[in-house]
Design a protein around this ligand. Structure first.
Ligand SMILES: *[C@@H]1O[C@H](CO)[C@@H](O)[C@H](O)[C@H]1NC(C)=O
Ligand SMILES: *[C@@H]1O[C@H](CO)[C@@H](O)[C@H](O)[C@H]1NC(C)=O
Ligand SMILES: *[C@@H]1O[C@H](CO)[C@@H](O)[C@H](O)[C@H]1NC(C)=O
Ligand SMILES: *[C@@H]1O[C@H](CO)[C@@H](O)[C@H](O)[C@H]1NC(C)=O
Length: 508
């Protein structure tokens, strides 16, 4: 089995197995089988953003430190070089152009007579120009179309494509391999391998970059997917429909030769869970990406509402009086159990209800239907959760609503970088609730002057394995409800004020 072999090879190369509770899987065929949820949770190579988590670039001693590959320290500057006028922005017919200037991903552009050849993991570009020497040319570009270029161990698991610029052999009239399927729209090639299986990575490394790369085609584009997984297609078909009008192609599963006249290989990526409008045609933003989610999930949500109403009318024939009471502000707790769970969640629910919220607890699982989570969050005013991959669901909140992220000890930098900052860009009102040592379960295990409690940065400096073992895997949270209450009250007042303002505007 290819995946299995690669797993073994990879282990030899890295000999470090990152395992994170976040259920990210790299190249584990079991991850791809939705029918075996037990296996889904059996992780092999998992990291998460994790590997990048918590290691603030400014904490790194030198840019050349091996740790620097964990997070693209130059990520901010790097976005500058991914300008609209990248070296490949205007490619002439018959050329392959690769932009390798970004620290996060390589992107190649091909134009001309493009033909896939999956058994050799190649894409040919046939050109009619005969080279000066009359010899056959094999200019090649190699590319792994995945957006974590700065993590060599992850990239090693991604299928590599060879793009071949092939001039004809003059002694044969036509040595091009035959087209089986002609496409009159461009192709975008990318991989759904790597950390696919973890919701943060699915959005950050996959869907948002796919949106960034392909939205300019206005759905007139074919996705050609390496490390194709049926479950991924099923999970995201609602969204994929709004990015492409065509069936995606399984690059290695589909042995036919697909022919295109335009192709992009690799995905552009701007920043964590972000769309930089200055780099987008039509100045699109992360809000436009969110609109796609809304459009994508709408039919399914309408179906669910219809079913529920139908069920209700079956059970209860009496017509209920129409509710006149204004609806309470809605608060959703994204709940975890195990590491980083909120130990006094029940009390938190009670307190929030007392303040006046209608409270829902959501436990996202790998197999959870995203439309249902979207429905819950799109209709709420406040989302509360402890730092972790599930915070990615902030993308489902309406701009203008509140997101309170509980930040365990030692996770400040990651919490801000991966979720806090991106949430603000979506227009959410973001509150980072950094817990005090006493609110951490680690308080029961360490002396109060232990650096684990008093100086988490110094512990993080010692290396990723410490961060992971101590702060991510073993820490639970016991909220100081008096302290936390202030944030909830602020959120309540904010929500009510916003509603009243909206009502006033409407009644004018
Ligand atoms: C581009 O090149 C291919 C072959 O190299 C040729 O068949 C095609 O007509 C060209 N297209 C344009 C628009 O020049
Ligand atoms: C061109 O094709 C002929 C016949 O198949 C082959 O013998 C020759 O090696 C080819 N030339 C090159 C440069 O590949
Ligand atoms: C999300 O909420 C907005 C505002 O309440 C609503 O207009 C929209 O229809 C909702 N989206 C879906 C898919 O239900
Ligand atoms: C988490 O919750 C699930 C069911 O809700 C349960 O089966 C599992 O044992 C829990 N895990 C932990 C670590 O408590």
């Amino acid at each position: 089995m290819v995946h299995y072999q690669r797993y073994i090879q990879l282990r030899k190369v890295v000999n470090v197995t990152y395992v994170d509770e976040e259920d990210a899987c790299v190249n584990m065929s079991a991850c791809n089988k939705r029918s075996k949820p037990k296996l889904l949770f059996f992780l092999l190579f998992c990291t998460l953003l994790s590997s990048c988590l918590l290691l603030s670039p400014h904490l790194l001693p030198f840019p050349t430190s091996p740790l620097s590959l964990i997070y693209p320290a130059g990520a901010e500057d790097e976005t500058l070089s991914v300008s609209k006028t990248s070296p490949c922005s205007s490619v002439s017919n018959g050329t392959i152009c690769c932009d390798r200037s970004s620290i996060r991903s390589d992107v190649c552009v091909m134009k001309g007579d493009i033909r896939t050849h999956s058994s050799s993991f190649s894409v040919f570009l046939y050109t009619s120009k005969i080279s000066h020497t009359g010899e056959q040319s094999f200019r090649q570009e190699k590319i792994r179309p995945y957006t974590r270029k700065w993590e060599p161990s992850t990239m090693a698991t991604i299928d590599e494509l060879t793009l071949i610029d092939k001039k004809p052999n003059s002694s044969i009239s036509d040595d091009r391999h035959k087209c089986d399927v002609y496409h009159d729209v461009p192709a975008v090639f990318f991989s759904t391998g790597g950390y696919t299986g973890n919701v943060y990575h699915e959005f950050n490394d996959g869907l948002i970059p796919l949106y960034i790369t392909s939205q300019k085609y206005n759905k007139k584009v074919v996705f050609v997917i390496l490390e194709y997984h049926d479950w991924w297609i099923t999970k995201y078909e609602n969204l994929l429909k709004h990015l492409s009008d065509f069936e995606p192609i399984d690059f290695s599963g589909d042995k036919r030769t697909h022919c295109f006249s335009d192709a992009i290989v690799g995905l552009k990526i701007h920043n964590e869970l972000a769309v930089d409008s200055s780099l987008m045609e039509g100045s699109k933003t992360i809000k436009d990406f969110r609109d796609i989610l809304d459009k994508g999930y709408r039919p399914r949500i309408q179906g669910l509402v219809f079913e529920e109403e139908h069920e209700k009318s079956q059970q209860n024939k009496r017509i209920k009086p129409i509710r006149q009471q204004p609806e309470k502000p809605k608060l959703v707790i994204i709940s975890r159990n195990g590491s980083r769970e909120i130990l006094n969640e029940n009390l938190l629910v009670k307190m929030a209800s007392k303040i006046g919220f209608s409270v829902t607890v959501v436990k996202p699982q790998r197999t959870s239907e995203l439309a249902k989570i979207y429905r819950e969050l799109n209709s709420s005013d406040v989302m509360v959760g402890v730092h972790g991959a599930a915070m990615t669901h902030f993308l489902f909140m309406k701009p203008g609503s509140v997101f309170i992220q509980v930040v365990p000890l030692g996770t400040n930098w990651a919490a801000e970088t991966y979720y806090g900052e991106p949430a603000k860009k979506l227009g959410l009102r973001y509150i980072g609730y950094e817990i005090l040592p006493r609110e951490s379960s680690l308080y029961d295990e360490y002396q109060s002057d232990d650096p684990v409690l008093s100086d988490p940065n110094s512990v993080n400096d010692r290396g990723w394995e410490f961060t992971k073992k101590i702060y991510l895997d073993r820490q639970k949270v016991r909220l100081n409800l008096v302290r936390f209450r202030k944030r909830l009250i602020r959120s309540y007042i904010y929500t009510m004020t916003k509603r009243n303002t909206n009502d006033m505007v409407r009644s004018q």
